[in-house]
Ligand binder design. Structure first.
Ligand code: PMV
Length: 358
């Protein structure tokens, strides 16, 4: 007999934070210790694609789920299991109210997800992956949830995923309610607001990070006094200032806040005990290169910054810059790292650009 199959496929882009989320006040509800803000990249850049199939009328254990990540069968993490349980429970409620809809709630789920970029290398693969998982399960189980609810569910899978449900500039307000109902992602400006804003990703290493963000954050919350200072005295003002910079399309302010926040996030990692090292010598070279390039350029274009760097939980740089500067910055990076960023053998090129004289 033909098995009836309910299936949905969704894709979601990654988002790269400019005000970093690092630390949870509730692990169970996935509530952060500070607000954060990110840019969602274009759908055709770094993205995850996930197909969820609900198998009806076939043999299989109730509430079972099988996951393939980039073609390899993987065990479901505790968080993904919890997310699926929550979404199945919503279907149970729906089915209880309406006897005419198909009974899907406890049927086995087959999940296949692929990333078009290195997984777990600090390039926000969990953000895009969990965002499109939540979106695809919503469709496959016919839950018909609004984006805000899907965002809150995605958060349970990975905090930063709640921001990938929206395009453009997205804030995740930490909220203050114990139940987390006000800890939600909010679009600050749409993807058309600042049309010449671009991101360049420099892959310094595509290997998986040594310290997963969950374990890292937990140690930071337990041991870093600098994190407490960041939460109380730094992030609130920065959130307000960067929203203002975005509204005014003020690149100088946007860039300075972005670089300062990346630096402080990595300082917080170093202040964790034992310390966490996400940046490597290539990352440090990229920071120096951008710093010097900004100084050189400001003499001719009068702007304080032409490029902003930011690093997540890994050594790979994300550069934010305006479209008109992309070609030159690409040339700069390619000549500074002639064998690719991950080979990192820059040399006489410093002199070629006059950078060593700074
Ligand atoms: O959501 P997670 O657990 O992948 O943590 C993401 C943490 C950072 O990427 C470093 C910062 C952020 O806000 O995305």
């Amino acid at each position: 007999a033909n098995a009836r199959i309910y299936e949905a496929t969704a894709s979601a882009p990654v988002n790269i934070a400019v005000i970093k989320y690092w630390g949870k006040r509730s692990e169970a509800l996935m509530l952060p210790t500070n607000s954060s803000l990110s840019l969602t990249l274009d759908q055709d850049q770094l993205q995850s694609k996930t197909t969820v199939r609900v198998v009806v009328d076939a043999d299989g254990k109730e509430n079972d789920a099988a996951l393939w990540l980039n073609g390899n069968r993987e065990k479901l993490s505790g968080r993904v299991t919890a997310l699926l349980a929550r979404m199945r429970a919503l279907r149970v409620t729906k089915e209880a109210k309406d006897a005419s809809i198909p009974r899907l709630a406890s049927k086995p789920l087959l999940i296949a997800s692929v990333n078009n970029f290195p997984t777990a290398a600090g390039l926000a693969s969990s953000a895009s992956g969990l965002a499109c998982l939540a979106f695809a399960v919503n469709a496959a189980l016919q839950l018909e949830l609004p984006p805000a609810d899907i965002s809150a569910l995605a958060r349970l899978g990975s905090g930063s995923a709640c921001r990938s449900l929206f395009g453009g500039f997205v804030a995740w307000d930490m909220g203050s309610k114990p139940d987390g109902s006000d800890s939600v992602a909010r679009q600050v400006a749409s993807e058309t607001h600042w049309p010449n804003m671009c991101a360049l990703i420099l892959v310094a290493s595509a290997t998986q990070k040594e310290m997963p963000s969950t374990a890292g954050m937990q140690t930071t919350v337990e041991t870093s006094p600098l994190l407490q200072h960041r939460i109380q005295a730094v992030v609130p003002d920065r959130m307000a200032a960067i929203e203002k910079a975005i509204a005014a399309r003020d690149f100088d302010s946007f860039a300075e806040i972005t670089m300062r926040d990346s630096n402080q996030f990595h300082a917080v990692c170093l202040d964790t005990f034992p310390p966490i090292f996400y940046l490597n010598h290539v990352s440090h070279r990229v920071i120096s290169l951008i710093t010097m390039y900004n100084q050189v350029k400001s003499k001719s274009n009068g702007r304080k910054y032409t490029v902003a760097y930011t690093f997540d939980a890994g050594p790979n740089a994300v550069l934010y810059l305006l479209k008109e500067d992309v070609a030159e910055v690409l040339r700069l990076v390619n000549s500074y790292f002639p064998n690719g960023v991950d080979a990192a053998s820059s040399s006489a090129v410093d002199e070629y650009y006059g950078l060593s004289k700074q």
